[in-house]
Design a protein around this ligand. Structure first.
Ligand SMILES: Nc1ncnc2c1ncn2[C@@H]1O[C@H](COP(=O)(O)OP(=O)(O)OP(=O)(O)O)[C@@H](O)[C@H]1O
Ligand SMILES: [Mg+2]
Length: 373
């Protein structure tokens, strides 16, 4: 997918902006606080419908203004789309080719983002590791997206019943009966989500390893992962075995679920541990190695998307270059030069551009919410 142009009105510190992008590497260059990340955020928001900065729409609209508009002309394969997102603190309207729609209905390829916060994927919550894998699952096909959505709905319903039971808001017998009839479909969806995740991880494993080796200039590195359900690795488990494991676990935890009022069994409780040369990356890897794993994962995601769908999604790299040592910067740039992914990179360091043979990149100077070439 190629983002041909971007128009912003009253978005963050951009009062008005109209810019055409290059097909390949686009660099947003500027000092701190000038609007580089805001531009990536606008692109991401338009494609995804949500900001990556945990912002509500209030903070995205320019201070003292009531409404923001983001427009873009996008090309995907032979098809062209006019995307338009108009929003204020209380309303959001998304149109594609002048037709009102929602982000869940149009199947735009995801914008793959690497930001300084991406590091926490390895170090911190298992939530973020699950989201990373779920993004992969939704990326593969509509079926994956549907199963994840169906599971989320079933989880919400199950949690509501458990909560009502814990707070004695419904008749106990009726509640337990309703729960029993829901459990079968809940467990089936839970097992399906698990298998979709396992398949996606197994599909991408080699690509991540390849990208990791490339980032580390050919150094031999092994990338693997464990998929943890109740403290055991289920990397190679079948659908039947996962289902059986979840069923048994549900029986074991029945009492606790009723007490706590929340579902304690299912993919929302699983974890994915990345292994770097066979070791748990959370405890064994340096910051730089952790950064490389996530970067390699994102690069692999792009290659994977291309393999499945025949085209590359857009790559957004926020403040990545300055965080890598020179050798890794060079390998990243050479990888970017090899793939046909349209990439948006932010940096404060003007010397990087000449240092890293990025001569075919388009450079945009960002200063105080204005752009110049
Ligand atoms: N709603 C808003 N209205 C106006 N200005 C805003 C709004 N939200 C953020 N800003 C301004 O946007 C600027 C931050 O932009 P951004 O995060 O894109 O900076 P950056 O160029 O990426 O900087 P850094 O190099 O430090 O990451 C700040 O000056 C901030 O005050
Ligand atoms: Mg920034």
């Amino acid at each position: 997918m190629i983002i041909r142009s971007l128009f912003l009105s009253n978005f963050r510190n951009f009062e008005q902006l109209q810019v055409d992008f290059g097909d390949h590497v686009n660099i947003f260059l500027g000092d701190n606080g000038q609007g580089k990340t805001n531009l990536l955020e606008a692109i991401y928001l338009l494609i995804d419908g949500e900001s990556f900065r945990y912002s509500n729409y209030d903070t995205l609209v320019q201070l003292h203004k009531s409404e923001s508009l983001i427009k873009s002309f996008v090309q995907n394969e032979q098809l062209q789309y006019n995307l338009k997102l108009l929003f204020s603190s209380h309303r959001k309207e998304f149109t594609v080719n002048e037709k009102k729609t929602t982000h869940t209905k149009v199947n735009l390829p995801p914008a793959i983002l690497f930001s300084p916060e991406s590091l926490s994927i390895i170090k911190e919550s298992s939530d973020e590791r699950r989201s990373l894998v779920d993004q992969l699952v939704t990326q593969v096909n509509r079926h994956g997206r549907q199963v994840l959505q169906d599971f989320k709905k079933a989880l919400k319903t199950r949690n509501r019943i458990l909560k009502d039971l814990a707070h004695e808001k419904i008749d106990r017998l009726i509640g337990i009966e309703t729960l029993a009839s829901l459990n079968q479909i809940y467990l089936k969806l839970a097992a399906e989500v698990t298998i979709l995740r396992l398949n996606a991880l197994s599909d991408i494993q080699n690509e991540v390893e390849k990208a990791l080796i490339q980032i580390h200039s050919g150094q031999n590195i092994k990338f693997d992962y464990n998929y943890i359900i109740s403290e055991k690795n289920h990397k190679n488990s079948s659908l039947e075995f996962v289902l059986e494991t979840l069923q048994n676990r549900m029986k074991e935890l029945e009492k606790f679920e009723l007490q706590s009022g929340v579902s304690l069994v299912g993919p929302q409780k699983h974890d994915v541990i990345f292994l770097y040369n066979g070791n748990d990356s959370r405890f064994y890897c340096s910051q730089g190695q952790q950064r490389s794993i996530i970067l390699a994962f994102k690069m692999a995601q792009i290659v994977y998307h291309q393999k499945v769908h025949g085209f590359y999604p857009v790559l957004l790299l926020d403040d990545v270059l300055s965080e890598l040592d020179l050798a890794k910067q060079e390998s990243l740039v050479s990888t970017l030069n090899q793939t046909k992914t349209q990439t948006f990179v932010t940096t404060t360091d003007v010397s990087l551009i000449s240092k890293l043979s990025m001569s075919n990149a388009r450079v945009f100077n960002i200063k105080n919410g204005q752009i110049s070439i």
